[in-house]
Write a protein of this length. Sequence first.
Length: 259
Amino acid sequence: MALRAALEGCGEIIDLAHASTPKVTVANPILELQDNIVPLLNLLEAAQDLPDLRKLLVASSGGTVYGIASDLPISEDHPTSPVSSYGITKLVVERYALIHHLIKGLPSTVVRPANAYGPGQKPFTGQGFIATAMGMALSGKPVTIFGAGDTIRDYIHVRDVASGLVAALSGGLSGEAYNIGTAVGLSNLDVVESIKAIAVRENIPVEVNRVDARGIDVPANILSYEKLRAHTGWRPRETFEAGLSEMWQEMKLIMARYE
């Protein structure tokens, strides 16, 4: 009842809620389902009764739903075969949203963001390699690298994620899924070297601690954004170098609170 009351009169809804991180789902996949799928179904059923609803935008994960890529950059018609409980749950989330569109006519659209970074991202949460790497460097501790450090990800600035959400909300088609990425891949070591280049200007050393690779990490994940561009005109605008420098300055303020 509270959810229905909160949604009353809504014409557009963006669902970004998710109660866990990839690390948590490994430890407790049952809790992952209980905390995320049931609330989503409640939202979909409540949204079904909204007479003025134009669009329901549901956030999935471009970083996990595809699994091991057969082609790069990954387009939306690539097979979805996640290798983690987190990715499976995200795939279930979007399937429920899209089946409600198909069967019940709910105007739902799915977005699949790449690995977001930028101001406001907190370190040491189990999600966000860049934030944690910066936090470790500023704490004088080595940055943990899983495996050889050649795991490749598509890092997208949070402002580009936000503009991508708006583009999909305003111009995306109901019943479709859209990647929000940059089509550029960077390895973990690439990221660490970029952080080093910033830290060295402040005489801050950045060390690396290598540990065993994790089974939940696919070798490479780079997202094509051509579908979203074709449907809405959207494209990423932020450069990685500028975004990283901006994030470093804020991370120094965040880490000062840990001291």
